[in-house]
Design a protein around this ligand. Structure first.
Ligand SMILES: Nc1ncnc2c1ncn2[C@@H]1O[C@H](COP(=O)(O)OP(=O)(O)O)[C@@H](O)[C@H]1O
Ligand SMILES: [Mg+2]
Length: 367
């Protein structure tokens, strides 16, 4: 669970536009990132994430709009005078320097005593789990260790905001997952605002207090991981964050305390108003259902609130999970159903006729 974050604004992005020639890399972004928050910018390649991060850091300047950090306008404030620091995907550390020299690099000009400098370096190395690595040359470190040195080097400057541009994307899957946990726990320890750029939806979901999903230079939705996953505003967002089945239906009636929906074999159901994240008119609607909200009713005695009949047309076995494609009468595309492979549960063969169960609370109406 995410810990409560202060409501105090740390980074305010106000109607920011930045174009490169004809390309509007950032096309009118408004967002407030809070003090102590782990915030992610998530979106496909080219949607403007790096440009937005560089605008916050001061490496780019907005064509229009403004950026305010810790209450101060950043107009005409140079990158090195901003309370920010950036960590990049490529481990931008000096290979010919050792760990200690790399970490202390930004502090050299401050004229600290040797003992003070060493104390600060040791504290940072402890934080990133590299205690005792002071004299190790940077070229003799693994990818994960280099990224930790880069983090320590950024954090030793005590920035108010740490900007991270796909810092883990060069690491292999296992190490990346381990570093995700470490980075999140590091952020909690230091309490600094982190802004992470990533194209990896799982990374954003597991690490963030809040996520801004970006498409085409704009924020499509800004929400907590759970709200984003459960209540995506539209089909594009829903498909970008995990897998979503789309079923065509009718929104029959909108009341203040309930929505009446009808969809093919699902029949007529009543759902809660918050299952429609953006207001839609009565009439044709697209209904989203996540694969894990659908259940294969393996046994005759298995019951569900809503039951439909289907036939397995494809299976994908992942060890812990099986993903089924199931053809259901009156639904055009086969739906994806994910089932956990708990003990005694076999993988059904293609062609098996089965019942699928779901609950009305798992439906979401999408724009
Ligand atoms: N310095 C630049 N000159 C020209 N075009 C750029 C420059 N930086 C980014 N762009 C363009 O702006 C868009 C957004 O790029 P970027 O912010 O790097 O996206 P992301 O980080 O989400 O992949 C892309 O179309 C990219 O080609
Ligand atoms: Mg980028």
């Amino acid at each position: 669970m995410a810990q409560p974050v202060s409501e105090k604004p740390m980074v305010e992005i106000k109607s920011v536009v930045k174009a490169f020639g004809d390309v509007k890399a950032v096309n009118g972004v408004d967002a407030v990132i809070r003090e102590g928050e782990f915030f992610s910018l998530l979106g496909p390649s080219g949607c403007g994430k790096t440009t937005l991060l560089r605008l916050i850091a001061g490496f780019e300047h907005p064509d229009s709009g403004a950026i305010v950090i810790a209450g101060s306008s950043m107009e005409n404030v140079e990158p090195n005078e901003r309370p920010t620091n950036m960590v990049l995907q490529s481990y931008a550390i000096f290979p010919h320097l050792n760990v200690e020299e790399n970490v202390a690099y930004g502090l050299k000009k401050q004229g600290l005593s040797k003992a003070d400098l060493k104390a600060k370096v040791d504290e940072m190395l402890g934080l990133v789990d590299l205690k005792g690595y002071n004299k190790r040359p940077a070229y003799a470190l693994s990818g994960g260790q280099r990224q930790r040195v880069a983090l320590a080097r950024a954090l030793i400057m005590k920035p108010k905001v740490l900007l991270l541009d796909e810092p883990l994307s060069a690491l292999d899957k296992k190490l990346r997952e381990q570093m995700q946990v470490e980075l999140r726990s590091l952020q909690r320890t230091v309490g600094i605002t982190f802004i992470l750029v990533t194209h990896d939806q799982e990374e954003a979901l597991t690490m963030s207090d809040r996520i801004a999903v970006m498409f085409d230079g704009q924020i499509a939705q800004l929400a907590s991981p759970q709200d984003l996953y459960r209540r995506p505003k539209n089909q594009r967002i829903a498909s970008f964050i995990g897998v979503m089945n789309f079923v065509q239906g009718q929104l029959l009636k909108i009341d203040s305390d309930a929505l009446d929906v009808e969809a093919g074999p699902i029949g007529k159901v009543s759902i809660a108003p918050n299952q429609m994240p953006v207001p839609l008119p009565e009439g044709a609607v697209t209904i989203g259902i996540r694969p894990e909200m659908l259940t294969i009713l393996f046994n005759d005695s298995d019951k569900a609130e809503i039951e439909v009949k289907g036939e397995i047309v494809e299976t994908s076995y992942y060890g812990d999970m099986t993903y089924y494609s199931v053809r259901i009468d009156q639904i055009d595309e086969p739906v994806t159903v994910s089932m956990r492979n708990t003990s005694g549960r076999k993988v059904l063969d293609i062609g098996t006729k089965t019942r699928i169960g779901l609950g009305a609370e798992s439906l979401v109406l999408l724009g």
